[in-house]
Design a protein. Sequence first.
Length: 136
Amino acid sequence: MEEFQIWTLWASNRAGTALVSIGIILAIWLSLRIAAATRASDEANVIAKIISTAFGLIVVAFAWQQYTFGGNLWIVTARAITDLKEQNGSISEGAQAYLEYVGTTEALTTPTPLGIAFLAVVTIIILTQIWLPKQN
């Protein structure tokens, strides 16, 4: 595989990752709306709270998975560039800078720390909206 092909695949995969990111933001927004509606409802019983919680946690778990996949896209590309460097003996300056930026060719098993922090905050907001007692 040539370097140009690696960059082309990386760019097209980034477009897909961007679309999934938009979907995640919309799903998080919906889960926050459901949590707020559950809190505001005087008729929300324990079953409604459990279902709202389950939806919110599923959204967060999906986002966790997709953030990990997105991070691994960078690493798979770095691995392909590393393999190309081993085969050809040289790569472009931009590819070398990319390798230095990514810093690893080992797959991620979790999102980046910023992604984890974001998802933790979203989870806390969802759970507190649903389960904390209302202040009168």
